[in-house]
Design a protein around this ligand. Structure first.
Ligand code: HEM
Length: 408
C-alpha cells in the first residue's frame, strides 16, 4: 500500500474537522487515489471529480457489504445487520428490488404535496424560537425539522419522537463525548439494539393496525406482492428514518453557517429569495453533510490514476473534495449563489443517488428560506472557530451546537 502524503494524524484533527478543504486540495493535487488509515477502518480515498463520478458507477466497486466477505463487521461492527442490511448496502438486482417499492413514495410530485405540512412544522418550530432573540439552532430547528417530517411520513407516533431521536443522536454524535472508544462503541451498539427492537415492534404493530402512513403502505404492498421480507421492512424503515433526518439536519446547520460567514451572499439571498432553489445546490456543493460517500468494496483489483486498489479494499469517494475540484468548478472554494455551476455530487451519483433528494430540497428550501425571513439580523452566537463540530473521524460533517442571536 503506497503511503498517503498526508499522515492519518493530520486527517483526524480538530483543525481538519473545522476546515477539511485545504487537506482535500492536497489530496486531489498530490495523491488523488490515496490509501489512508482512519480510526474506523483503512480505505482508499478518491478525491477528483471525474474519478469520483466514475467510481460511483463502477460495478467493480460493490456496495454489497453483507456479501460473503462480511465487510460490515469491519465498518459497522457486530449486530449492525439488523439495521444496515438495506438498499444502500446492496448491489443490483437486490438493490433494485429494495429501492423500487419505496421510490414511489419519494417521487417529486408526492413530495411537493407535503409543502403545506413542512411549512407548518417550520413555523411551529420558529414560533418557539422567535421571542427569545437567541437559540441553539441544531437542537431547536435543524434536527427536529427533518426528524418530525420523516417521522410523520413513516408513521412514528409523536409520543415516541424523543426516544427515537435520543437513539439516532447517539449514533450521529458518536466519538464526540469524553467517553473511551470502548464506551462509545458500547453506547452506539446499545442505541442500535434499542432502535432495532423499537422498529421491529412498530412494523408488527402497523401490520396489526394499519394507518395512513408509509410503513403501513410498505407492509401492505409487501404482503400483496411479497417483495420485501419482514427484516427488510425494518432495515428499510431504519434507512429512511436515519438518512431522512441526519443529513438534512447537518446540511441546514452547515448552510446557515456558510451564509452567516458570507454576509454578501446572505444579503443577496435576502434581497432575491427566488435564488433559493439554486442557492441550496450551491450551499450543498460548498459544504455538504456527507463528506465521503458510504463505503464501497473492490471485488477485483482496480486501477484509478495509476494506483492499484487491491481486491477486498474499502474505497471512499470523497464527495466534498470532488465538489471543490478546480478542474471541474471555477473558483470552487468561493460560495457563489449567483453562479450556475451545473450538477455536483452532494446527493451522490449512479444507482444509489439520494432517494430523498426531493424531500431534502423541499425541507431545505422552506426551512432555510423561512428561517432567514423570520429571524432578522441573524448572526452567530459564538465566533465561527468556537463552533463545536462532529469529530473529524465521523462519517458526517455537521455541528454539535449552533448558537445564534437575532432581533427578537
Ligand atoms: C441534504 C440532505 C441529504 C443529502 C446531502 C443526502 C445525500 C445522499 C447521498 C450522497 C447518497 C448516496 C450515498 C452513496 O452513494 O454512498 C444518499 C443516499 C440515500 N439517501 Fe440521501 N441525502 C439527503 C437527504 C435524504 C432524505 C431527506 C432522505 C429521505 C428518506 C434520504 C434518503 C436516502 C436513501 C434511502 C439513500 C440510499 C439510496 C440507495 O442506496 O439507492 N436522503 N443520500
Amino acid at each position: 500500500m503506497t503511503e498517503c502524503p498526508i499522515p492519518a494524524s493530520e486527517l483526524y484533527t480538530d483543525e481538519f474537522a473545522a476546515d477539511p478543504y485545504p487537506t482535500f486540495a492536497r489530496l486531489r493535487a498530490e495523491q488523488p487515489v490515496c490509501p489512508v488509515s482512519s480510526p474506523r477502518f483503512d480505505s482508499y480515498l478518491i478525491s477528483r471529480f471525474d474519478d469520483a463520478r466514475t467510481a460511483l458507477t463502477d460495478p467493480r466497486l460493490s456496495k454489497d457489504l453483507y456479501g460473503p466477505q462480511e465487510h460490515y463487521l469491519r465498518i459497522f461492527g457486530p449486530n449492525s445487520a439488523g439495521l444496515n442490511k438495506n438498499m444502500l448496502n446492496a448491489d443490483p438486482p437486490e438493490h433494485t428490488r429494495l429501492r423500487r417499492l419505496v421510490s414511489q413514495a419519494f417521487a417529486p410530485r408526492r413530495i411537493e404535496a407535503m409543502q403545506p405540512r413542512v411549512t407548518q412544522i417550520v413555523n411551529d418550530l420558529l414560533d418557539k424560537i422567535v421571542p427569545h432573540g437567541e437559540a441553539e439552532l441544531m437542537r431547536d430547528f435543524a434536527i427536529p425539522l427533518p426528524m418530525l417530517v420523516i417521522s410523520e411520513l413513516l408513521g412514528i407516533p409523536a409520543t415516541d419522537h424523543d426516544r427515537v431521536l435520543g437513539w439516532t443522536q447517539v449514533i450521529r454524535t458518536s466519538g464526540s463525548s469524553r467517553r473511551s472508544p470502548e464506551q462509545e462503541r458500547a453506547a452506539v451498539q446499545e442505541a442500535q439494539a434499542q432502535l432495532h427492537r423499537y422498529l421491529t415492534e412498530l412494523v408488527q404493530a402497523k401490520r396489526a393496525q394499519p394507518a395512513d402512513d408509509l410503513i403501513s403502505a410498505l407492509i401492505s404492498a409487501c404482503d400483496q406482492q411479497g417483495t420485501l421480507s419482514e427484516p427488510e421492512l425494518v432495515t428499510t424503515t431504519f434507512l429512511l428514518l436515519f438518512a431522512g433526518h441526519q443529513t438534512t439536519a447537518d446540511f441546514i446547520g452547515n448552510a446557515v453557517v456558510a451564509l452567516l460567514t458570507h454576509p454578501d451572499q446572505l444579503d443577496l439571498l435576502l434581497r432575491q429569495p427566488a435564488l433559493l432553489p439554486s442557492a441550496i445546490e450551491e450551499l450543498l456543493r460548498f459544504d455538504g453533510p456527507l463528506p465521503v460517500a458510504s463505503p464501497r468494496i473492490a471485488t477485483e483489483d482496480v486501477e484509478y490514476q495509476g494506483v492499484r486498489i487491491p481486491r477486498g479494499s474499502i474505497v471512499g469517494v470523497v464527495l466534498n473534495a470532488a465538489n471543490h475540484d478546480p478542474e471541474h468548478f471555477t473558483a470552487p472554494d468561493r460560495l457563489d449563489l449567483r453562479q450556475d455551476r451545473g450538477p455536483h455530487l452532494g446527493f451522490g451519483y449512479g444507482v444509489h443517488y439520494c432517494l430523498g433528494v426531493s424531500l431534502a430540497r423541499l425541507e431545505a428550501r422552506i426551512g432555510i428560506g423561512t428561517l432567514l425571513r423570520r429571524l432578522p439580523e441573524l448572526r452567530l452566537g459564538v465566533p465561527v472557530d468556537e463552533l463545536r463540530r462532529l469529530p473529524a473521524a465521523s462519517p458526517f460533517r455537521g455541528l454539535l451546537e449552533l448558537p445564534v442571536r437575532f432581533a427578537a
